[in-house]
Design a protein around this ligand. Structure first.
Ligand code: 13P
Length: 255
């Protein structure tokens, strides 16, 4: 089964407008239109409109890092799906481990957010991943299975859903999962997605790996049969590194 790779940069809470313009000007030069990879940059909210304009004429899509599930009203500090859609956002990251851990987002809340984004016409990158102590205790697939079941329901428009497997111990630590570790969890996720949405969806759904993906390890991770791209944090803030990861994904398809 060949799935078109999907590489997304998660800028997290980084970049002023000046810094973002510089990063984007590098990306525009390095990521040529027509590359056989879907590419997105998920910027902070303040950068969505200006970066949307900078992406005009490129094949790079705009993404956000969060979205509230209510449509409007007295929710200080929050942003709705309609607001993101109006800013030309195509992808929204939901369930990142930093949202789960630092901001205490629960499975129920995440499920509402996933649904609001899909109903609002955007695509969702739904993140799952285990802590180091959970891996050491042998409960990785229990944790991932629970996160998938809590955040996703069979009523969702799964055609616009991507799953990102991000082991928490690999995020920002420089320590990445081995290709075997990634492949094992990705195959498990694919099986669960086939169970929830049907065999076709299991085959076509893209599953990204995230956690210290760098130019030096991207090729071996992308070579895994069930790894369909990457969700990149730190390396997405360096145009050359992000472009090199995109090229590694393109090379994995043409093998
Ligand atoms: P790093 O690539 O910096 O480890 O971050 C991964 C991540 O959390 C992407 O969402």
């Amino acid at each position: 089964m060949s799935r078109r790779p999907f590489v997304a940069g998660n800028w997290k809470m980084n970049c002023t407008l000046v810094e973002a313009r510089e990063l984007m000007s590098g990306l525009r030069k390095l990521v040529q239109p027509g590359i056989p990879v879907d590419v997105a940059v998920c910027t902070p909210f303040t950068l969505l409109y200006p970066m949307g304009r900078e992406l005009d004429g490129t094949d790079i899509k705009l993404g956000a890092q969060n979205c509230y599930f209510e449509s409007k009203g007295a929710f200080t500090g929050e942003t709705s799906a309609a607001m993101l859609k109006a800013a030309n956002v195509e992808y929204v990251i939901i369930g990142h481990s930093e949202r789960r851990q630092i901001f205490g987002e629960s499975g129920d809340l995440l499920r509402s957010k996933v649904k609001a984004c899909l109903d609002g016409g955007m695509s969702v990158i739904y993140c799952v991943g285990e802590l180091l102590e959970q891996r050491d205790a042998g409960s990785t697939t229990d944790v991932i299975g629970r996160q998938l079941a809590e955040g996703l329901g069979d009523d969702l428009d799964h055609g616009r859903l991507t799953i990102a497997y991000e082991p928490v111990w690999a995020i920002g630590t420089g320590r990445t999962a081995t290709p075997d570790q990634a492949q094992e969890v990705h195959a498990f996720i694919r099986e669960r997605m086939a169970g929830l949405f049907g065999a076709d969806a299991g085959n076509t759904m893209r599953i990204q790996y995230g956690g210290s993906v760098k130019p030096g390890n991207a090729a071996e991770l992308m070579a895994c049969p069930d790894v369909d791209g990457a969700l990149v944090g730190g390396a997405s803030l360096v145009a050359e590194d992000f472009a090199s990861i995109i090229l590694a994904s393109a090379a994995a398809v043409s093998r």
